[in-house]
Ligand binder design. Structure first.
Ligand SMILES: C[S@@+](CC[C@H](N)C(=O)[O-])C[C@H]1O[C@@H](n2cnc3c(N)ncnc32)[C@H](O)[C@@H]1O
Length: 260
């Protein structure tokens, strides 16, 4: 039992609070096995001891298993729908004050994109976006607001010139005005309490790694965290299969509405 994936999952849960059982098993095992063999370790037990004794190993494990890839305006067609069809009604039905949560925000590209888009509709001093992720290291990176040109490739040019300063060959810094609209916080979608009264939840490209059961639990918790007349925006390869049972109406692909 000691050197099995089951034992490793239990050790990780006890040591870090992260529940690997909620992530798709084959994918997770493959990723962890790659790390173990790359390090020339004997197996799960020895790898767990490494993680336990060394903060850098722990950080590496966390970022490897959570996959932090992100970019500004990821899948721009969906951001166009958000701008054209979702935000005008959402903002007017909440009198210009909307609570927005970017859940699993990674390097910040997503919440910062939201600020830039919202600023087309509301004054910046009224924008406050909650951005959360399980990975503290990635939150630190998000707070620094430094990006490569590649992260900005899908961002509308008007936003790039308005909100970024080039500080190196391939490096851009986001403006303080955008940064100041985002509050970053560590949050685990599996075990932590959810914020309440949210009008727009953006949660993209993380639940694809979760088991069906864990996904369903998260979507139910989102529903309970949302206000009346609110919207959930998900990733381009995702769908909420049991949306009717949860109480959502589907509105365009990738947008789900909670009615009164
Ligand atoms: C692929 S990124 C998605 C980033 C962004 N939402 C996007 O679509 O570009 C996935 C993020 O989910 C985070 N994550 C993984 N498991 C999580 C959990 N249980 N709770 C909160 N965030 C989690 C990872 O740390 C990572 O930053």
């Amino acid at each position: 039992m000691k050197n099995t994936y089951e034992a490793f999952k239990k050790n990780i849960l006890d040591f870090t609070g992260i529940n690997l059982s909620c992530y798709k098993e084959e994918q997770m095992k493959r990723r962890i096995s790659t790390l173990i063999s790359r390090k020339g370790l004997a197996g799960y037990e020895e790898y767990f001891q490494h993680i336990k004794q060394n903060t850098e190993e722990y950080d590496e494990f966390l970022s490897y298993m959570t996959i932090n890839v992100s970019e500004f305006y990821r899948n721009p067609e969906q951001w166009d729908v958000l701008e054209r069809d979702i935000l005008p009604e959402l903002i007017s039905s909440h009198n210009g004050n909307i609570n927005v949560w970017s859940a699993a925000c990674s390097t910040g590209d997503e919440p910062y994109s939201l600020v830039m888009l919202l600023a087309k509709f509301i004054p910046m001093n009224r924008i406050n976006i909650l951005a959360t992720d399980i990975d503290l290291k990635i939150i630190e990176k998000a707070k620094s607001g430094i990006y490569t040109a590649n992260s900005l490739k899908s961002l509308p040019t008007e936003f790039k010139s308005k909100y970024f300063e080039m500080i190196g060959n391939d490096t851009y810094k986001i403006s303080e005005s955008v940064k100041s609209c985002v509050t970053f916080r560590q949050h685990d979608l599996i075990k932590d309490e959810y914020p309440q009264n949210i009008d727009l939840i953006v949660c993209r490209n993380v639940l694809i790694y979760f088991t069906e059961q864990a996904k369903n639990e998260v979507y139910n918790k989102f529903y309970n965290a949302m206000s009346d007349n609110s919207t959930l925006f998900i990733g381009s390869t995702e769908q909420v299969i049991r949306y009717r049972d949860i109480g959502f109406d589907i509105y365009k692909s990738f947008f789900y509405k909670k009615k009164k």
